[in-house]
Design a protein around this ligand. Structure first.
Ligand code: NAP
Length: 460
């Protein structure tokens, strides 16, 4: 796949980029390695100043950066602006809190002194997806730069300009050369870099196939890895939920980011008592969404990120129907130019249907009717993924009880799964391992070194 900006609202090629040569990649790794030697010796306050400068530049250039996101991957412009602000918040958050998170942790041995020192480990390599081109990079780069590591990012091939401009922001913020480097390389060549001795840790956000490829190589070369992969979040509606408000959140949960969110609500599971009411109101409101130009502030749903993504999801819907699913709404590619897909609701998806276990990355809602709360939990957990999930109920204690039984990394009560700088993000099962954001996200790529002070006469 070539590295190109293609506007998904029109499918027109905007700009094409050459991938980096082997020697340019080698030079970039070398520069990041050299930069690490001095960056690791800087103080936390020095690093924090850089992160704050990057955050400030992001806010100042919000409009330009947001337009680039929308141009390259079709996100609604208001959501793209929100992504830039969220990314700036993440840089500020680690700049403000990083030193406290990384402070020495004093232990209490029987004699002498002992503490854990958090040391950086070196050059880190992150492979990032296109669906949140700034936010995904922020949550990998900000904590790790604060630790004193240096960063190489291979961004998704369909958002090359976003990748390039992030590196430019660092330059403008006066980051020393090699602290943050963008690598223009295709996914097919991404895993090969892992074996390079100068790279000390790897992180990938994306599909299971890419994650498995990268992590297998990391395992082979004994390098730490973090994986943030796909999801098929359940959205459980219990009989005591406020149905009208739940329907509004269901729509946000499904179509935010044009449905291309790892933590989107993808499987809507309603208990029998309210299933008809929920489905009727959900279908009615979904059918009224305005599909169109993502730059237009009145649009509710933009295109998919690429023609390939739209084609894939249309094929998944066809496959679901071939295997017995029914369409309540939509189901087809939208006529005309661009990578558009109709807002779609599918029902009658049985476990024998291959789609039952697949992620639907677009505006396609799967609806399931179950007998009761226990059946809802069972269905929610019958998934290869374990990223997020939601429970809607007016009884918060009941919500917590259900949340406790759901086998995912995050469960939200009365809200679709979402993200903020100070809350951890990550999954279990096929959704990957490790955490990003919050105090947990800064602990992945540190050497938690024990320093022990003993007296010469202390016992052995
Ligand atoms: P993808 O194909 O896996 O792409 C993600 C990144 O991996 C891109 O930079 C891609 O490069 C690279 N890549 C592709 N094949 C690779 C390989 N064999 N080895 C190493 N790297 C490779 O993912 P996608 O389908 O575009 O993105 C959507 C997926 O990401 C969904 O499953 C979504 O749920 C998941 N996601 C998860 C999270 C999370 O936090 N858990 C967040 C966002 C998205 P190219 O673009 O050059 O191919």
């Amino acid at each position: 796949m070539s590295i190109q900006t293609v506007n998904p609202a029109t499918n027109k090629v905007v700009k094409t980029f050459d991938e980096m040569s082997e020697s340019a990649i080698d030079a970039a790794i070398e520069q990041a390695t050299k930069a690490f030697e001095s960056w690791k010796k800087t103080t936390y306050s020095h690093r924090a100043e850089l992160l704050h400068r990057v955050a400030k530049l992001m806010r100042e250039k919000k409009d330009t950066l947001a337009k680039l996101i929308t141009l390259e991957m079709g996100k609604l412009i208001a959501q793209a602006e929100g992504e830039i602000l969220l990314s700036a918040d993440i840089f500020d958050y680690y700049a403000t809190n990083g030193e406290e998170f990384l402070a020495d942790k004093h232990l209490n041995p029987e004699y002498g002194e002992a503490f854990i020192r958090h040391s950086p480990i070196g050059v880190l390599y992150g492979v990032e997806p296109w669906n949140f081109p700034f936010y995904q990079v922020a949550r990998f780069a900000a904590p790790n730069l604060m630790i004193g590591n240096t960063i190489l990012v291979k961004h998704a091939s369909i958002v090359p300009q976003c990748g390039i401009i992030i590196e430019e922001l660092f330059k403008e913020a006066k980051a020393p050369a090699g602290i943050y480097t963008n690598l223009l390389i295709p996914g097919s060549k991404a895993t090969a870099l892992v074996k390079d001795k100068r790279i000390k840790g790897v992180s990938l956000t994306g599909s299971e196939a890419a994650g498995s490829s990268l992590a297998a190589e990391a395992g082979k070369y004994l390098k730490k890895s973090v994986l943030e992969l796909g999801g098929s979040d359940a959205f459980i509606i219990l009989e005591d939920a406020d149905i009208d408000k739940t329907v509004d959140w269901a729509i946000v949960g499904r179509i935010n980011n044009n449905g291309e969110c790892c933590i989107a609500s993808k499987r809507f599971i309603a208990v029998e008592a309210i299933a008809d009411e929920f489905l009727m109101k959900f279908t009615e409101k979904m059918s009224k969404l305005k599909v169109g130009d993502p730059m237009d502030a009145d649009t509710d749903l933009g295109p998919l990120s690429s023609e390939a993504a739209a084609d894939l999801i249309a094929k998944q819907v066809d496959k679901a129907i071939e295997h017995g699913a029914k369409i309540i709404l939509g189901g087809k590619r939208r006529k005309g130019e661009g990578a558009f897909m109709e807002v779609t609701i599918l029902t009658d998806i049985k476990p024998e249907n291959p789609i039952y276990y697949e992620e639907l990355f677009g505006p396609i809602a799967s609806f399931y009717r179950v007998k009761d709360e226990n059946a809802a939990i069972e269905l929610a957990n019958d998934s290869p993924f374990g990223l997020g999930g939601s429970v809607f109920t007016q009884d918060i204690e009941r919500g917590k009880r259900v949340a406790n039984l759901i086998d995912t990394g995050m469960v939200y009560i009365n809200h679709p799964t979402w993200t903020q700088a100070d809350l951890p993000f990550g999954g279990t099962k096929g959704s990957g391992y490790g955490r990003e954001l919050s105090a947990l996200g800064i602990e992945e790529f540190v050497n938690k070194k024990l320093i022990r002070v003993c007296g010469l006469n202390d016992p052995f």
